[in-house]
Design a binder for this molecule. Sequence first.
Ligand SMILES: [Ca+2]
Length: 380
Amino acid sequence: MVHRTFMTLVLVAAALVAAPAARAESINAGGRTASPVQPFDARSVAEFDTPWAIAFLPDGRMLITEKPGRIFVVTQSGQKTEIGNVPAVAARGQNGLLDIAVSPAFATTSQVYFSYTEPSAEGSRLVLSRATLSLANDRATLTDSAVLWRQTPAGGGGQPGGIIVFDPSGQHLFLSVGDRMQPNSAQDPRQARGKVLRLNLDGSTPSDNPMAEDKGVAAQTWTTGHRDPYGLAFAADGRLWLHEMGPRGGDELNLIEPGRNYGWPLVSNGDNYDGTPIPRHKTRPDLAAPLLYWDPVIAPAGLAFYDGAMFPQWKGSALIGGLRVHALVRVTFRTDGQPDEAERWDMGERIRDVAVAPDGAVWVVEDNSPGRLLRLTPRK
Ligand SMILES: [Ca+2]
């Protein structure tokens, strides 16, 4: 008996030591400042009306969305071809045409996925669509366009989210959904707001989702309690990361694990814009805390993990655009997974999205009209 108790203690102690240290830490990078010295040359390649997202085609051309409702095919030298047959969007404030993502099976299907706020009698709703991209003779058009998912309930303005990412197996997609200025909806399992959803590639619900036995939104939900998520991406090690804009002083970088609740609006490391306080993450250990947060905020937008050849010193880093801080942020990860902001470069404009080209160059778009598409290459 004594031996068994002793062994149990040893095992418990070993488990505690082996527990990821990352869980215990919540680093505030809000006080960091941007360097005016960039290690890259930034060349403007083209300009757009409020560009929102960059997605690379396998051949190195880009798909670029404009929030008011247009999509372009863009060559690396900046030649733009507007894509025809794009559905009408409800463009107002933060809402409009949002993300675009190239299907993992694009080589055989030519399919793309995109998100936008759709006009409806009850108010706009976020939707996820899939279409075939036809490219021929300098013309580009969407055919067989189909809405795979519609937000319920409709209505509201605010921040829609809308980031689309595929899992490394290429069998599922994840969609981030903002709270659209209705904070309590993020904790309501019946509302497709303040969530990360996981769907099959045809929009149906995977049978191994955390609440798959439920119906509707709950069955589609992967994680709960997000505010305004505009960054969602898989790292090379298979971990899924999300950043979200918090209230005043509460921007977050979160490690996404199935079924977890990330706290909004019950807890935050920031306070409401009207000054009313919000309990801090540490008061609710049952809710997942951000491993990295920013107070004051950066207003993060766009998230890409770097695995290219041009900037070997950035391998494994996350690159994040900063709207409020007019910057590009590089986040590194310790061997135990704990992230920290390593560098921040002043870009002089609000950065809306960041993407890595097949050749390892980094591309960003500015949140402006005109907003530039910039190609970043190592400084010569
Ligand atoms: Ca949170």
